[in-house]
Design a protein around this ligand. Structure first.
Ligand SMILES: NC(=O)c1ccc[n+]([C@@H]2O[C@H](COP(=O)([O-])OP(=O)(O)OC[C@H]3O[C@@H](n4cnc5c(N)ncnc54)[C@H](O)[C@@H]3O)[C@@H](O)[C@H]2O)c1
Ligand SMILES: [Zn+2]
Ligand SMILES: [Zn+2]
Length: 361
């Protein structure tokens, strides 16, 4: 029996989001229905609403979620009703070239649910990142459910489902930050701050936070940044060089997703250093850099989808570190809100007032 629940829909480009009744089918083979307990508001949800990620409206927004498995379809053995799970957008296939080469975090064929959730008039919904969790219940592929220790509170566990994992992974997995490295993080929202925290966890010697908002720099300090640079007032490239003995940082993480901040990251890194782009650009953005500088400065220019994470490996590990008091995930939660408050949360995100608003159900 399909169920009717409430969910947050983006109906068209730049329209206000609204709470509507959605229809969630029973799980088919390989699928699961999850009762959502908490879901963070990520900048990517705002990108969806703005039409920055395709125009498959209506979108069912929300993708940073934790909840309890309610029902599973045929052939599902890894999770069962009652399991506490964090939802992921990387359910790896195990069979594509990337998976077979032992690099499943590059999987080309990740799983989502086969059936579609709909509005009550039958209109098919596009769930954000194949999840759609600003809803009382959602339908996903069973592989999108990662079991973690239920001792953790859902509101922080869910954050690992996207932004916090993307940031920590950008530092640890993609950037390979190691003991003694110097790191700069440009853009200290939820993702950038997680990169700061990941760099600290990895033993970075210096962590330079760069943002245009002093409030964000203050929060970054609390997450482990050793130096703060307001790039509205100070040239960030010069500042990072000064703070690193004139060289530039070993790893610069760009967590804004704009050509000008990417260029800052490119020049703020040491020769042969690494740039990690974790911020998501929009389709019209173009990057222009002297090719001679790309050649001459060497090193590596990487991008980080989802922090190159493997959910089954990384989620339980990070939750365990959190429960041991070694990773303060609570620091990301600025406020908890209801489903009807998502539009307001976008406005607060836009004004820089929040790190994460978390919808609690
Ligand atoms: N790669 C991934 O897998 C992944 C996952 C989640 C989110 N993201 C992306 O990461 C980016 C950040 O997401 P978020 O949730 O932290 O957003 P956010 O809005 O909370 O944070 C963005 C931060 O960048 C700062 N900023 C804006 N313009 C700046 C500039 N010119 N220079 C320096 N700082 C600037 C803002 O003050 C803010 O602190 C977004 O583009 C989002 O789509 C990527
Ligand atoms: Zn694969
Ligand atoms: Zn996200």
């Amino acid at each position: 029996m399909a169920q009717e629940v409430r969910g947050v829909i983006a109906g068209g480009k730049d329209q206000q989001v609204r709470v509507e009744t959605i229809v969630v089918p029973d799980p088919g083979p390989g699928e699961a229905v999850v009762q959502i307990q908490a879901c963070g508001v990520c900048h990517t949800d705002l990108h969806y609403k703005q039409g920055g990620i395709g125009d498959d409206f209506p979108f069912l927004l929300g993708h940073e979620a934790a909840g309890v498995v309610e029902a599973v379809g045929e052939g599902v053995t890894d999770v069962a009703p009652g399991d506490f799970v964090v939802l992921n957008w990387r359910a790896v296939c195990g069979r594509c070239r990337a998976c077979l080469r032992g690099r499943p975090w590059y999987c080309f064929d990740t799983h989502n649910a086969g059936q579609r959730m709909t509005l009550t008039d039958g209109t098919e919904l596009s769930p954000a990142l194949g999840i759609g969790a600003f809803a009382e219940k959602t339908l996903v592929a069973a592989g999108q459910c990662t079991k973690v220790d239920p001792a953790v509170s859902p509101r922080v566990a869910g954050l690992l489902g996207c932004g916090v994992m993307a940031g920590i992974g950008a530092a640890i997995n993609t950037g390979n930050v190691g003991r003694g490295d110097t790191v700069a993080v440009i853009g200290c929202g939820g993702v950038g701050d997680a990169a700061v925290m990941g760099s600290r966890l990895a033993g970075a010697a210096r962590i330079i936070a760069v943002d245009i908002d002093d409030r964000k720099l203050e929060t970054a300090r609390g997450m482990g940044a050793t130096h703060m640079v307001n790039s509205r007032e100070t040239d960030p490239v010069e500042a990072v060089r000064e703070l690193t003995g004139g060289f530039g940082a070993d790893v610069v993480i760009e967590a804004v997703g704009r050509p000008e901040t990417y260029a800052q990251a490119f020049y703020a890194r040491d020769l042969a250093g690494t740039v990690v782009l974790v911020g998501v650009p929009t389709p019209e953005m173009k990057l222009e850099l002297p090719l001679l500088d790309v050649f001459g400065r060497g090193g590596s220019l990487k991008s980080s989808w989802y922090g190159d994470c493997l959910p089954s490996r990384d989620f339980p590990m990070l939750i365990d570190l959190h429960l041991q008091g070694r990773l303060d995930l609570d620091a990301f939660v600025t406020e908890t809100i209801g489903l009807a408050d998502v539009e307001k949360a976008f406005a607060r995100m836009h004004q820089g007032d929040v790190l994460r608003s978390v919808v609690v159900l």
